[in-house]
Write a protein of this length. Sequence first.
Length: 327
Amino acid sequence: MSKRITGKIAYGAVVAVIAGLAFTNAAASGGESSARSKLVLMAPAAPGGGWDGFSREAQQAIKSIGGVNNVQVTNVPGAGGTIGLSQFAQMTGRHDMLMTTGGVMIGATELAKSETSLKDVVPIARLADDYAVLVVPSKSDIKTLDDFVELWKKDPGGTSISGGSLGSIDHLLTGLVAQKVGIDPAETNYIAYSGGGEALTSMLAGTTVGGMSGYNEVADQIEVGTLRALAISSPERLEGVDVPTFKEQGVDAEMANWRGFAGAPGITEEQEQEFVEIITEFRESEHWQSALERNSWTDNFMIGDEFDKFIDNETAVTAEIVKGLGL
């Protein structure tokens, strides 16, 4: 695998302290220790969120196969992962830590015009995709995606859509769908909430016409009939999920809330390869396969140059959507 980020490896102890959080580097100079003896998974979000859940599923999968002697999860919450990313990008040469990353982080860095991006770390692997779904309350007169689009075109500003924070996959997908159906994304009335529960409550109360959400967050409400799912952002229908895609309904919109891992800048090719081997091993474990099923995640393993190109494309597409939304 070609080395994508070069630089001097920091010898000795590397300590990064941001927002009162400190992490001690375990012999980053490549001494006797390695990721096999101790591995820290940084979830750049608060406990209980998507990245935290992903990190802890990975932790348990690694433990289940004994691939690492000691694996821990630590949380660095804030600003769509950009605080964690900023901190991690300073840990040059740290070879005992992986940072959980994904599509949300790209949106957050673009929205914040952050000086730090995924180009400042070493992308290791894309592992799983989650998809967003457009929903309306079951009591709504809107029965299909065509119904929603017809109403939306007539009154973009009055057709409010609830979802996650600004720059989230929910928000970006709303802008992309608007663009694909001929609506100026800047005219959309997207109402951002800090959590899926608040967005759902708002929609059910009639504050918003519809909602854009990760499928997992609203699957229960769809199954019991509280919500009606109009379309999902996957490239094709998901197994066991009876929701049509945007694409099969004539709207060329596809977007994944992908999740994966990145390594610190300055790690060697050998250390990068060790991370790939650890991830490849736990991906094949029974625990991880069960996690994919339980969370309705789609396996989409990607490493190396293919992953680099994917991130470059995601960054370009996201930047265009953010610009279209007028953010």
